[in-house]
Write a protein that binds this ligand. Structure first.
Ligand code: FAD
Length: 391
């Protein structure tokens, strides 16, 4: 039977269908029993648990969003709760799913032809192959709509890719990476499905990350990488098409931010009810209750926002500025929340085994990837004022 999370204080999950609730409980049970016990160790060693790919595929986590692979009709609100449940246990695991399922499969789904969808999505949905999404470059992050330096040059029936990418999630082990490059022909951004064993393609793990240490990120170099025209995403004609993939995944990052906050909040609540100072549990001190209630307020307001932005997707009215506002707002509230939860644990708040430090550190990457708070703010600013501040 379905158990709403106690931190879903206003009961938003009540609107899920019975089948959706059943799926959420199966996922939660797997994550709590088999993934949670591993995450602090994995985080310390900066190691990705490859065994989860098969299991997440069995739980249909890579299938829910796409017409051709969905196991049952489901709502965007449900898929948001999936991202929340993943990030509640570990934001890196949520990021792995967001990259493979949201960004890589999303690119094929949104910008691929019928044939490309039929060829790639089933293999990706089953976890047989893992995807990555290469947009960001060493010299082009926030300005990737205009600033991409990776070039695609047409050569008969092939394209030749040259350039480099940075920060690419899953790319240390991905089987395919979607590479976004500027066409030398028309200067427009195009997307390519690149098999990672293609000569000239190299991915190198980024070491020393202090946030999302479990998910792996890579620097990629592309030296005369030859890709057939049949692997060019047939409906990606300009950055506008790349942006339509990002609109969907940004909303899911907002959901993951709520999940990451909930992970920290639950640990803080548990700890403060047990830890005794001045002869009573610290949860009975007024100022500690203030930290907990402010955290719950942030979680509840962000959850209300992401539920609505997902409903707008289901209704076909979600626009870039809607998911941008949700991402900017929910990640900023998350950053406050994990800091308050950290504070509620005193010194133990910085020790991994107390389950807040990881959520605290991971918040930083969620805050900056898929568009920094500033860039998402400027997307909304452009809509409300009519002035684009970033071109
Ligand atoms: P910059 O663009 O250099 O920005 C630095 C600062 O300047 C930011 O605060 C930014 O907001 C600010 N700034 C820049 N321009 C303006 C402006 N006009 N006005 C106001 N402020 C501005 N990318 C992928 O393609 N695929 C992935 O899988 C992927 N995964 C990632 C995973 C992690 C853990 C991280 C950290 C990043 C990942 N990224 C990925 C890249 C991510 O999307 C970029 O880091 C992000 O877009 C910001 O780019 P940047 O880091 O180059 O920062």
């Amino acid at each position: 039977t379905f158990e709403p999370l106690a931190s879903d204080f206003f009961g938003y999950s009540a609107q899920l269908s019975d089948q959706e609730k059943e799926s959420i409980m199966a996922l939660r049970s797997y994550l709590e029993t088999e993934v949670k016990p591993l995450v602090n160790g994995l985080w310390e060693r900066a190691e990705f648990p490859h065994q989860i790919v098969k299991k997440l595929a069995e739980l249909d986590v890579y299938r829910f969003g796409w017409e051709s692979t969905k196991p049952f009709e489901n709502s965007a609100v449900f898929r948001g709760f999936v991202a929340l449940e993943l990030a509640r246990i570990d934001a890196s695991v949520a990021t792995h799913v967001g990259v493979h399922n949201g960004l890589a499969m999303g690119s094929v789904n949104v910008a691929g032809s019928d044939e490309q969808r039929a060829e790639w999505l089933p293999k990706m949905a089953s976890g047989e192959i893992v995807g990555a999404f290469g947009l960001t470059e060493p010299d082009s992050g926030s300005d990737s709509a205009q600033g991409l330096r990776t070039v695609a040059t047409r050569d008969g029936d092939d394209w030749i890719l040259n350039g480099s990418k940075r920060w690419i999630g899953n790319a240390t082990f991905s089987d395919i990476t979607i590479i976004w490059a500027k066409s030398a022909e028309d200067g427009q951004v195009k997307g390519f499905i690149v098999k990672t064993d293609t000569p000239g393609y190299t991915a190198t793990k980024i070491e020393g990350k202090q946030s999302l240490r479990i998910v792996q990120n890579a620097d990629i170099t592309l030296e005369n990488v030859r890709v057939p025209e049949s692997m060019r995403l047939q409906n990606a004609n300009s950055f506008r098409d790349t942006a339509s993939v990002l609109r969907l995944t940004r909303a899911e990052v907002a959901w993951a931010a709520v999940g990451n906050s909930i992970g920290a909040y639950e640990a803080a609540l548990r700890y403060t009810k047990q830890r005794v100072q001045f002869g009573k549990p610290i949860a009975s001190h007024q100022l500690v209750q203030d930290l907990l209630v402010k955290s719950l307020g942030n979680i509840t307001s962000s959850l209300g926002m992401v539920v609505q932005v997902s409903r707008m997707l289901d209704e076909g009215v979600q626009r870039d500025e809607h998911s941008a506002l949700a991402k900017a707002f929910a990640t900023a509230r998350m950053r406050e929340t994990v800091a308050w939860c950290r504070e509620a644990l005193g010194g133990n708040g910085i020790v991994l085994e107390y389950d807040v430090a990881r959520h605290f550190a991971d918040a930083e990457a969620l805050y900056s990837y898929e568009g920094t708070r500033e860039m998402n703010t400027l997307i909304v600013g452009r809509t409300i004022t009519g002035f684009a501040a970033f071109v």
